[in-house]
Design a protein around this ligand. Structure first.
Ligand code: ADP
Ligand code: 5GP
Length: 190
């Protein structure tokens, strides 16, 4: 018997395309909810508070940790990132499907918390060179920030075997099609 999965987790090394693919998924399935994470990172130019992230001070983030408001959090590239309990529990109870864009360690935490209900998708770049090229071309990081992101790639790539599915994001049109078909299968939206 197939179990319907409610928590769809997208993870990847920075620059592999998980934000692009998460946005596509939410536009293709408008009934899905996006789990808006909390972070202490500064907003990028096109990011909206409450939509892309809840942008918090370190003090407020630490309060959230103390109050049990986060179901998982990690320190990544010198900033905190975490999943809010409130983004997940209500949706689960209402039977909604939730999409996450979180790092590989956070993804495994979600799997541990919700083993029956979660499905982890690793977005793999076609090559390391292409990954670095995309990240540089995105133009949102300083040279120092880019270096921090590059340093984490090896650890992230090693974790892919722990995921339920590996999706190679080479040709974007094909990757979107593959993702859409996969998600239809795991959420029974056929
Ligand atoms: P992530 O969220 O994993 O850091 P993004 O979705 O921001 O990655 O993608 C990184 C950059 O690569 C963006 O500029 C995006 O437009 C571009 N990109 C994403 N997928 C592809 C693809 N298949 N081919 C070429 N460029 C891509
Ligand atoms: P970015 O700064 O590029 O938006 O995100 C950096 C990394 O943090 C990405 O791998 C992103 O998926 C991850 N991330 C975003 N939100 C969360 C979260 O709530 N928890 C965890 N563990 N990682 C997150």
């Amino acid at each position: 018997m197939k179990t319907k999965k409610q928590l769809i987790v997208l993870s990847a090394p920075s620059g592999a395309g998980k934000t692009t693919l998460a946005r596509f998924l939410l536009s293709r399935f408008p009934q899905f909810k996006f789990s808006v994470s909390a972070t202490t990172r500064k907003p990028r130019e096109n990011e909206i508070d409450g939509k892309d992230y809840y942008f918090l001070s370190e003090e407020k983030f630490k309060k959230l940790i103390e109050n049990g408001g986060l179901i998982e959090y990690e320190q990544i590239f010198g900033n905190y990132y975490g999943t809010l309990r409130s983004e997940v529990e209500g949706s689960l109870a209402r039977g909604e499907t939730v999409v996450f864009d979180i790092d590989v360690k956070g993804a495994l935490s979600i799997k541990k918390l919700y083993p029956e209900n979660s499905f982890l998708i690793f977005i793999a770049p076609p090559s390391l060179d292409k990954l670095k090229e995309r990240l540089i071309q995105r133009g949102t990081e300083t040279a120092e920030q880019l270096q921090k992101r590059f340093e984490r790639i090896e650890m992230e790539m090693k974790m892919q075997d722990k995921f339920d599915y590996i999706l190679v994001n080479d040709d974007l049109v094909k990757a979107k099609e593959e993702l859409e078909n996969l998600v239809k299968r795991i959420t029974d939206f056929l």
